[in-house]
Design a protein around this ligand. Structure first.
Ligand code: KIV
Length: 267
């Protein structure tokens, strides 16, 4: 792979106004390889791995150690896409020096290319400090799952005009602070469109309507691999959970019947 074919934060920023692009999450080496082969420009190691990979009820318990482990596996699988590591709850909120130290670990130890942090205008001192220290930042506003207790649940954000105005200001403030793109999660499509028109960096929507510059989904949702709860904004492109159930049952039955292993599987 040449360095020219590697996606950088600058190249993602330059996608603004050049057509729509798709991004997905990855938590492991094999999925990361497949997403990279599909030509996606950005792969996010989301803290959304909390539930499908680790069995937590929400993203709050995920640790730096867990995120580093998964981010490193993803980075090993990706040649071309930009690998963005999600900074877990309380790994950047305590102080700017804590944020720099932990973001630096994603770059140094996991070989990620950039980090994502949640929060709007109030987060700009942290965003600036990370960027000044050479770490590209992806912003994330709207429904920010790490603030789930303050938000009172997984609710659509920006429905009231004053909230929408705040989100618009948050997006502008993050852009001025230097983020290369902003994730917009769970907001009315009209607000997704307004923010997309207002800022000069790409918006990457998840439940923010069709007018964002990019879209992102949680890969296990898209694949139908983890279906305890499927948000309205998810489109399912496969039913891998059902396929896996079938495969496990068929294997179990073959072993019980003695039809596996067959002669072709024996030395
Ligand atoms: O953790 C995650 O996967 C995310 C996406 C939903 C944007 O933050």
């Amino acid at each position: 792979m040449t360095t020219e074919s590697k996606w950088t934060a600058g190249k993602i920023r330059a996608l603004k106004g050049r057509g729509k692009f798709a991004c997905l999450t990855a938590y492991d080496y094999t999925t990361a390889r497949l997403l990279d082969e599909a030509g996606l420009p950005l792969v996010l190691v989301g803290d959304s791995l909390a539930t499908p990979m680790l069995g937590y009820a929400d993203t709050l318990p995920v640790t730096m150690a867990e995120m580093l482990h998964h981010a490193a596996a993803v980075a090993r699988g990706v040649k071309s896409a930009l690998v963005v590591a999600d900074m877990p709850f309380m790994s950047y909120q305590v102080s700017i020096s804590q944020a720099i130290e932990n973001a630096g670990r994603f770059i140094k130890e996991a070989k990620a290319d950039a980090v994502k942090i949640e929060g709007g205008a109030f987060r700009t001192p942290t965003v600036k400090a990370l960027i000044e220290n050479g770490i590209p930042v992806l912003g994330h506003i709207g429904l920010t799952p790490q603030s789930i207790h303050a938000m009172g649940g997984y609710k659509v954000q920006g429905k009231k005009p004053a909230e929408a105005q705040n989100l618009l200001q948050d997006a502008s403030a993050l852009t001025e602070a230097g983020v290369f793109a902003v994730v917009l999660e769970c907001m009315p499509p009209a607000l997704g469109r307004e923010i997309t028109r207002a800022i000069p960096v790409p918006t990457i929507g998840i439940g923010a309507g069709p007018d964002c510059d990019g879209q992102i989904l949680v890969t296990t949702d898209l694949l139908g691999l983890f279906s305890e709860f499927t948000p309205k904004f998810v489109k399912r492109y496969a039913s891998l959970g059902t396929e896996m159930n079938k495969a496990f049952a068929a294997y179990k039955a073959d072993v019980a019947k003695g039809t596996f292993p067959g002669p072709e599987h024996c030395y």
